[in-house]
Design a protein around this ligand. Structure first.
Ligand code: ADP
Length: 811
């Protein structure tokens, strides 16, 4: 009786094609599954099925060369082994795959293929259903085989578990199953195993396996002769173990030679020695290798250790790209890639120059801080290019687990190397430029110094704001501010870089599409509101897409009246372009493509009532204009603040009210009834739109004072003035940060005059001359000056204060 007796395999089996060897009935094998076909099979059959039958699948050796395996199904080998999936383990590393532990039950023949997708399903005929017949030639053969097997086991070391198990199996298993079991346990090539699989009749199977067994015995004899046998001769053990299929082994009929020294662990050992790793790493690897050899493959730790060692040998320990640093070339490259950003480019060049002179420099990590879309990442990429190094970006946004970056402890099941190590593996060299993108978005504090671990690697980090960068990390970085761009800079960037890039991306040329400067300007003011150029690039992309459709259809978006291509040479166009090309995107076409303007100039419209003033705020996304609105009503002197304000901003509001109350007489400020205490019998409500955005910081102080002064005096604030500055109780105006971004925002909004603290005047140097020329800057040291500048005709005081102002507040 066969040991599969009683098992009736289903008449239809899903087929798993494998390159990893031949599964024989009675043996257990670990298979790695990663092709889409096989993954699908595992997912929809093994993981979904509930019955025992659904865990039985057909395993067929894939005889096609794995290098040339394609999507379509190869010719199926006619015979396979029905196997019971005992264990399915999924993993994502190094790529998504499943590892199956499969026990072979019996042979089957493929009768007909029912379907190929998503995985092959076939009608099968169960084989190996013999009735016991001990007599005749077969009985003789099986007896001979049994004796030979006994002889082999006798030559091996019984203290080794596999050998002991084999010995037990010899007596407990029915004789007809022995060929399969022995063939899968001793050293055989895949080609031989395939022949055993194909031997459907028992007689033939015995005949095929007997020579293999005899060869093994002869081999062992030879070995024992040439070597003094030692009781723990591990070689002898190995020769048996090698026969068992190790995961990851490639199956090919041709490479018998590879099979000869194909011992997986030995190959791994060779790789470990060849990986050129430093002493310390080598020591650890060898130690693990030693443990691996002693471990049974079914142990979970086997796979862990194996994965770890595989990773270790794959890491680029000594492979590096050669730095070619030519500062002059670097400057040209940086200039070519990026318009404007002079300060940043200068600092980057300095940094590179110092590296050139002092190669051992363990310099600080450069950290580019600025709003999104200002080119931080792209400068990082250029640095890698100037150095001739590989570039790898590691996005840290939202990462809250250190081990995501550093790697897990290896002992955890499912542990993975961290992003840095993975990055090294991906780029394949040990000195890439790593861009740690968005370090300010790290969920938790990241401790440790990555630079200390990997001196060769050049790290560059980017962030929107330094406020949320873990202090330990910030300490090790040199922060370079990358402010937003002015309108003019954006137009230049668009025409020099973004438009050509987008045209190329959409398969267009200037013969197809032209975007005049006016249109770019309009896109910037009416369709984007950002410090960087990312939305701008997206909008240009949208224009390109629309035009690409028209080009494909061979017609125009609109007939641009009077719009002629600027370059007469292009008018003649290239002959391949349709005759009405190029399409010139003018104002009308723009509206057609992008829809009605998203942002309207609203400043002057909203400053038509007393009690509204325009402030300037800094956010991690760049500068912004910010309205402050106030209203008053009968009440008991309450102040209501809305618009999600932080504590500092609330305090500014209290300060502003106190100062105004103290100075109410001088400025003739009144309450609702005309009295001289603005709060008497009056409630005040201050609101900071947009209500959904949290706001904080002291720099709105002057704006609040102006807004309230307007409310209490009934006078309108000048509609073209914006302001920023911190205030004190005595009415002094203190300096604030982010001046460049704020001024740029004011300019974007069409503001003509900016009031800013005297001590922030030095920051104006960073602002391009053309903007400085367009805006009138009023630098102030005291609130008197703020009010004078903010109202048409000034805000005169009645008399100098003689006594110390009343400082107490009701609030
Ligand atoms: P960040 O990393 O600062 O968010 P990116 O580097 O992703 O921004 O830049 C967004 C896009 O804008 C990129 O396509 C980049 O090439 C382009 N860009 C930004 N600044 C400039 C510049 N000064 N010159 C040319 N292109 C720029």
């Amino acid at each position: 009786m066969s040991f599969n007796d009683g098992i009736q395999i289903p008449g239809r089996l899903p087929l798993l094609l494998t390159h990893e060897g031949v599964l024989l009935p009675g043996s257990t094998m670990r298979l790695s599954v990663d092709t889409p076909r096989n993954m699908q099979l595992v997912k929809s059959r093994l993981l979904k099925g509930t019955s025992l039958k659904s865990t039985i699948i057909g395993v067929i050796p894939n005889t096609r060369d794995p290098e040339h395996d394609t999507e379509d199904l190869p010719t199926l080998h006619g015979i396979g082994t029905a196997g019971l999936a005992v264990q399915v383990v999924g993993s994502n590393w190094p790529k998504p795959h499943y590892t199956l532990l499969i026990t072979g039950l019996c042979r089957f023949r493929v009768s007909s293929l029912l379907k190929e997708h998503p995985f092959p399903l076939a009608e099968v005929e169960q084989l190996d259903q013999y009735t016991s017949s001990e007599g005749g030639e077969l009985g003789e053969l099986s007896h001979k085989f049994y004796q030979a097997a006994l002889q082999l086991v006798g030559m091996l070391d019984m203290s080794v578990p596999v050998v002991a198990k084999l010995r037990r199996l010899l007596d407990s298993l029915p004789r007809e199953t022995l060929p399969d079991v022995i063939a899968s346990m001793i050293r055989t090539s895949n080609k031989e195993k395939l022949q055993v699989l194909d031997a459907v009749s028992l007689e033939e199977r015995f005949k095929r396996t007997l020579p293999i067994l005899t060869r093994q015995i002869e081999g062992l004899k030879l070995l024992q002769k040439t070597r003094k046998p030692r009781p723990d001769d591990s070689k002898m053990v190995l020769s048996v173990r090698k026969g068992a299929v190790l995961p990851g082994r490639q199956f090919s009929l041709e490479d018998e030679a590879e099979d000869e020294d194909g011992d997986d662990t030995a190959a791994l050992e060779r790789k470990v020695h060849g990986a050129n790793m430093p002493e310390a790493a080598l020591k650890i690897c060898l130690k693990d290798l030693k443990r691996l050899k002693k471990m049974p493959q079914s142990m979970p730790e086997y796979a862990l250790t194996r994965n770890y060692l595989d990773l270790m040998v794959e890491l680029p320990w000594s492979k590096s790209t050669k730095d070619r640093l030519d500062i002059r070339a670097a400057r040209i490259l940086l200039d070519n890639d990026h318009y404007a950003m002079e300060k940043l480019k200068r600092r980057v060049l300095e940094y590179l120059a110092v590296r050139q002179l002092q190669t051992s420099l363990k310099g600080p990590i450069l950290c580019f801080v600025g709003p999104p879309g200002v080119g931080k990442t792209s400068v990082g990429r250029s640095i890698a290019r100037t150095l001739g190094r590989e570039f790898h970006r590691i996005a840290l946004g939202g990462v809250c687990d250190q081990s995501d970056i550093r790697g897990h402890r290896r002992t955890y099941i499912g542990s993975m190397p961290g992003r840095i190590i993975n990055g090294l593996k991906t780029v394949g060299v040990n000195n890439p430029v790593f861009l740690l993108d968005e370090v300010d978005k790290l969920g938790k504090s990241l401790q440790g110094d990555p630079a200390a671990a990997l001196l060769e690697v050049l790290f560059i980090a980017t962030a929107n704001s330094t406020a949320t960068i873990p202090p330990a990390l910030l300490d090790r970085m040199e922060v370079l501010q990358v402010p937003g761009y002015t309108q003019e800079e954006k137009v230049e960037i668009a025409h020099r870089h973004l438009i050509p890039h987008q045209l190329e991306q959409h398969g267009l040329t200037p013969q197809h599409l032209q975007i005049p400067q006016d249109t770019t300007q309009e896109v910037i003011t009416s369709y984007t509101r950002e410090a960087g150029v990312r939305s701008l690039e997206r909008k240009i992309g949208a224009i390109c897409r629309a035009v690409a459709v028209k080009v494909a259809e061979g017609q125009k978006v609109t007939k641009p009246e009077g719009a002629t291509p600027e370059d007469p040479a292009q008018k003649q166009g290239d002959m391949s372009a349709p005759p009405e090309m190029p399409i010139v995107v003018d104002h009308i076409a723009l509206k057609d493509i992008l829809g009605p303007p998203v942002f309207e100039m609203e400043v002057s419209q909203r400053l038509t009532l007393p009690g509204v003033a325009l402030g300037l705020a800094w956010t991690p996304l760049g500068g912004e204009i910010m309205f402050v609105e106030a209203s008053r009503m009968e009440g008991e002197g309450q102040l209501t603040l809305t618009g999600q304000l932080g504590d500092v901003m609330k305090e500014s509001a209290h300060l502003a009210i106190s100062w105004l109350r103290a100075n109410a007489k001088n400025y003739q400020l009144t309450n609702l009834m005309g009295g001289s205490d603005p709060l008497e019998g009056t409630d005040i409500h201050l609101h900071f739109p947009a209500g959904a955005v949290t706001k904080d910081g002291p720099s709105a102080g002057v704006t609040i004072v102006t807004c309230l002064a307007s409310l209490f005096s009934g006078r309108l604030v000048r509609s073209d003035v914006a302001m920023t500055g911190e205030i004190t109780l005595r009415g002094l105006v203190l300096p604030v940060g982010g001046i460049k971004d704020k001024v740029l925002a004011a300019h974007r909004a069409g503001v003509k005059c900016v009031i800013l603290p005297k001590r922030s005047e030095k920051d104006l140097e960073e602002i391009p001359a053309n903007i400085r020329a367009e805006i009138d800057f009023v630098t102030v040291g005291h609130l008197d000056e703020v009010l004078n500048a903010a109202f048409d005709g000034g805000f005169p005081k009645i008399a100098k204060m003689l006594t110390h102002p009343q400082l107490s507040s009701k609030l």
